[in-house]
Design a protein. Structure first.
Lengths: 273, 232
């Protein structure tokens, strides 16, 4: 079991309720909490968004910088996703060097975005082989009540879709004072999002609260899109925690995943303009 | 048109496998495992005292895995020391191996598994996990099964097993998807699943099925290598 703070009474009650298809807050097992998206957390960022998913709150900012291309992708701009589980957001988070959970959060958001190709990095070259745009996405949880990766992926996509490319002055430096309306080159109709399925006993749930997440002994994080608006496509996936999964469980996930994604996307679209 | 593999293999054919036990005499258990040109070694130390003390668990030994590439195992020299990638692989490898281990008889201790890649030609993490699984067995750690690992790839629309370097960089059509899978040798329990690329959800069950035959082959080689040591 993953938790020291969760009482065995709570654990056993959760186990029993979930196997009867019920949750403490009245949701169905595969029902996500409602969420809101707000923009412009910081006007200094090229794009930013705040997502509130139940009591979970995450802010994501996109900054653009001028950098050098990586040796293995001289004809492309750079993408990086970082962030930290701030001690501000939960009594469980500690300061100090980043541990696995923050690595998992940022790596999985990055892989879903990168592998989907939603950002056309080839269009972010300023001078071939020398100067490119670096897109830096930073994720900070403000309040953790479970499902951080899924909430962060929504905020990251919302911030990217709002982001603009700043203007350069005659010396090739960024002129932050000049207003820019140039948008990032994003692939039409592709919005990669993270959907995490958690396992407790034989039950699978989405979007756990912190309490539910503590009780779970297995999870699998999927990065999925409705690729180019045509078909569902998985871009990334990673199993976490100890509980193994059978091929039947994985196959049934494949049946549920497209609908789970569509539900989240529908909610997100209300906030996209 | 079906994808033509650069090295002429059939779609469901893995590269030649070699495995050897006892490659690190100092370790409590060790093994080498290779898929073609990808070579991994693993060493197990423990159960041994765990420091710092606050990490100790009075109910069980803990498993601690470290995976990394040697600096000269790849084309562009890898800067020595942990990277985000290697830290992630180390952690998921712990979860890939721990479900088969029974560490309850060794409270407050640690079982350290060190995995290094000598030569990388894709599928390095799965080669490393196969080596680690054998090394744990040789170390005499109580295990209910071996763990077998393979990679499955999707090249445009075709599924292949045991992805190599050239395939990993395939860019035509839907490009290359790389899936790392581990399963307990004798039961339908997947203990690791990682994926990067583009694959339709309905194709995933086919990818899992394709891995089955490869798991069986890996398991045979692991068993054979372990038996050879017993015979010596």
């Amino acid at each position: 079991m993953s938790s020291m703070s969760l009482s065995s009474l709570t654990y056993n009650t959760l186990l029993k309720m979930l196997s009867a298809g019920k949750r403490f807050d009245g949701r169905k097992l595969l029902e996500q909490r409602d969420f809101t998206v707000e923009y412009d957390v910081s006007y200094k960022a090229e794009g930013s968004a705040r997502v509130k998913l139940g009591k979970t709150e995450v802010v994501v900012g996109v900054k653009l910088g001028v950098g050098e291309p990586y040796p293995d992708s001289m004809d492309s701009g750079n993408l990086s996703v970082s962030g930290d589980l701030l001690p501000l957001a939960s009594p469980r988070f500690e300061s100090g060097p980043p541990k696995y959970p923050s690595l998992e959060l940022t790596r999985l958001v990055e892989r879903a975005i990168r592998e989907s190709g939603v950002i056309d990095l080839k269009k972010l070259v300023i001078k071939e082989g020398e100067k490119v745009w670096s897109v830096m996405i930073d994720i900070y949880p403000i309040n953790d009540d479970g499902a951080l990766i899924d909430a962060a992926s929504i905020a990251a996509m919302a911030a990217l879709m709002r982001a603009h490319i700043p203007e350069l002055d005659e010396n090739g430096r960024i002129d932050y004072d000049k207003k820019s309306t140039k948008k990032l080159p994003l692939m039409e109709g592709t919005i990669p999002l993270s959907i995490t399925l958690y396992k407790l006993g034989d039950s699978l749930i989405v979007d756990p609260t912190r309490e539910e997440e503590e009780a779970c002994d297995g999870k699998i994080v999927w990065g999925i899109s409705h690729y180019k608006g045509k078909e569902h496509m998985i871009h990334s996936c990673q199993k976490g925690m100890e509980a193994p999964l059978s091929s039947d469980e994985l196959t049934s996930m494949m049946k549920n995943l497209p609908k789970l994604y569509d539900d989240t996307l529908k909610k997100l679209k209300k906030f996209l303009k | 048109m079906t994808f033509k593999r650069p090295d002429g293999r059939k779609l469901d054919e893995i590269r030649p496998i070699t495995a050897k036990i006892g490659v690190v005499p100092n370790a409590d258990g060790s093994a080498m495992f290779s898929f073609g040109k990808t070579v991994a070694i693993a060493a197990v130390y423990g159960p041994r005292m765990l420091h710092p003390q606050h990490m100790q668990d009075p109910k069980t030994a803990i498993l601690r895995v470290n995976y990394d590439l040697l600096s000269f195992s790849v084309s562009d020299r890898k800067k020595p020391g942990p990277s985000r990638r290697s830290q992630e692989i180390s952690k998921v490898t712990e979860w890939a191996l721990s479900p088969v281990l029974d560490l309850k008889d060794f409270p407050n201790t640690v079982v350290d598994v060190q995995i290094y890649i000598l030569q990388a030609n894709a599928s390095t993490r799965v080669a490393g996990i196969n080596a680690a699984s054998m090394a744990l067995a040789q170390a005499g750690i109580p295990m209910k099964d071996l763990v077998c690992a393979v990679s499955v790839g999707k090249m445009d629309k075709d599924l292949v097993v045991d992805v190599n370097d050239e395939e990993e960089h395939f860019e035509d059509g839907e490009g290359a998807t790389d899936i790392a899978l581990t399963r307990m040798a004798n039961s339908d329990k997947f203990t690791l699943l990682q994926l990067d690329g583009k694959i339709q959800p309905e194709i995933m069950p086919k990818a899992l099925a394709l891995a089955d035959k490869a798991f069986a082959k890996v398991y045979e080689v692991q068993k054979k290598a372990l038996k050879e040591v017993e015979a010596e």
